[in-house]
Design a protein around this ligand. Structure first.
Ligand code: ADP
Ligand code: MG
Length: 390
């Protein structure tokens, strides 16, 4: 069956007419560059084939009607009643706010967006760190731009999608997810400089190199993530202040920076956190060189080093994640790392083409033996960013 059909049919059922079109926003994984975004550093995500689809059309009233096929729920809110999370009497946040927030963000920015019906159907795994939230936002922003004839650049679309998540939903995330979902292109990873917002499409033709990437969700329930994230961020900011630089991105000489930090009371923590951020930024730049050289197997040691740095220095991995990474390497993966903010979520592994599935099964067996819950996995190659499909 046409994968767009369920959303089209649901729209038609709700509105009594077919949608004007269907828009997609993909999920993403970050190939390398973890916890570098808020240090003004570098990231390198690529889009997944998994995407949020939004069938949409303009209404002739001032209502915003949003429907999730996956949850079988419909919510209707008048344009004037769109309420960001921090407004007095704001209702508790729910899934529909990711869509409503986009309508709100565009209107706040002065764009003429009116009543609209948005029917969502998504196969991006939820809460796995693959950015199901940005996938929704970027599909919706794309739909609104086309429906209301708005001329907004891709980077500005990503920024507006981020406003929806930060200022309307109330989730304080960086630009990585929305930039990835909007700007990624087929067959490329996206280099993003989080300070200048300069981007570059880096071709990585995994199939031509006889490679594939296994994405494995450890399904570890995240706990204490917000507090841990806040601590990492605060420590990085404090280290930058001690070093007298605007952000850790500006540390040029790691050796002398670590000597300065060694004089501080909590020197162990400062040294480790800074070492991770500075070396991780370097690894992103090295990954570009590897991609340019064409020998993609050389990404493997960078993935391994990134994982060790997150485990030992940034201290954001957990036993399931570490077991998954060790197991995929034993099972023949060339290199592997946790991807995403940490404390659970997904790992990625660079594998020879055709081997990812069996390597995933090896992790499932290792998890069963260790008494961990069952993981889920799929193989990925860089897919297209947000776009109109019909
Ligand atoms: P992630 O982006 O890592 O998947 P988030 O917590 O940022 O995790 O976003 C997940 C939230 O997005 C869900 O709790 C839900 O509110 C919303 N969401 C994702 N997919 C869907 C869907 N198919 N239908 C409705 N809401 C969804
Ligand atoms: Mg998210």
């Amino acid at each position: 069956m046409n994968p767009l059909q369920p959303a089209i049919d649901r729209y038609t059922e709700l509105v009594g007419d077919s949608p004007t079109g269907v828009w997609a926003g993909p999920g993403r994984v970050n190939l390398i560059g973890e916890h570098t975004d808020y240090n003004d550093g570098f990231v390198m995500p690529f889009a997944l084939q998994h995407a949020a689809l939004v069938a949409a059309g303009v209404r002739d009233d001032d209502q915003v009607v949003v429907d999730s096929l996956d949850l079988s729920e419909t919510h209707t809110v008048a344009l004037d009643d769109l309420t960001p999370f921090d407004a007095p009497d704001a209702p508790e946040r729910r899934w529909s706010d990711y869509l409503l927030g986009c309508v709100w963000a565009l209107r706040e920015a002065g764009h003429a967006v009116g009543g609209v019906t948005l029917v969502l159907s998504s196969d991006v795994p939820v809460g796995a760190g693959l950015s199901s939230s940005a996938a929704i936002e970027c599909a919706v922003v794309g739909a609104l731009c086309d429906l209301f004839d708005l001329d907004i650049s891709p980077m500005d679309r990503a920024k507006l999608a981020r406003v929806a998540e930060n200022a309307y939903v109330g989730a304080p995330t960086g630009l990585l997810d929305q930039a990835a979902s909007t700007l990624c292109t087929l067959g490329h990873t996206l280099f993003l400089d989080c300070r200048s917002l300069e981007t570059r499409q880096i071709p990585i033709d995994l199939a031509a190199a006889g490679l594939e990437i296994l994405v494995l969700d450890t399904k570890t329930p995240h706990s204490h993530v917000d507090g841990e994230y806040a601590e990492r961020r605060a420590t990085c900011e404090r280290a930058a202040a001690i070093l007298g630089v605007p952000a850790l991105r500006d540390v040029d000489d790691l050796g002398s920076a670590l000597r300065v930090l060694a004089a501080e009371a909590d020197n162990d923590r400062l040294v480790k956190r800074v070492r991770h951020v500075v070396t991780e930024n370097d690894r992103v730049l090295e990954a570009i060189e590897v991609a340019d050289s064409g020998d993609l197997t050389k990404l493997a040691p960078l993935l391994d080093a990134s994982h060790a740095s997150m485990r030992d220095d940034f201290e954001i991995t957990v036993p399931t994640v570490d077991l998954a990474v060790e197991t995929v390497r034993d099972a023949g993966a060339l290199g592997a790392r946790m991807t995403g903010g940490g404390f659970g979520g997904c790992i990625i592994a660079l594998c020879r083409e055709g081997e990812g599935e069996g390597i995933g099964q090896r992790v499932a067996a290792a998890f069963a033996e260790a008494g961990f819950g069952a993981p889920v996995w799929f193989t990925a190659t860089p897919a297209e960013g947000a776009r109109r499909l019909a």
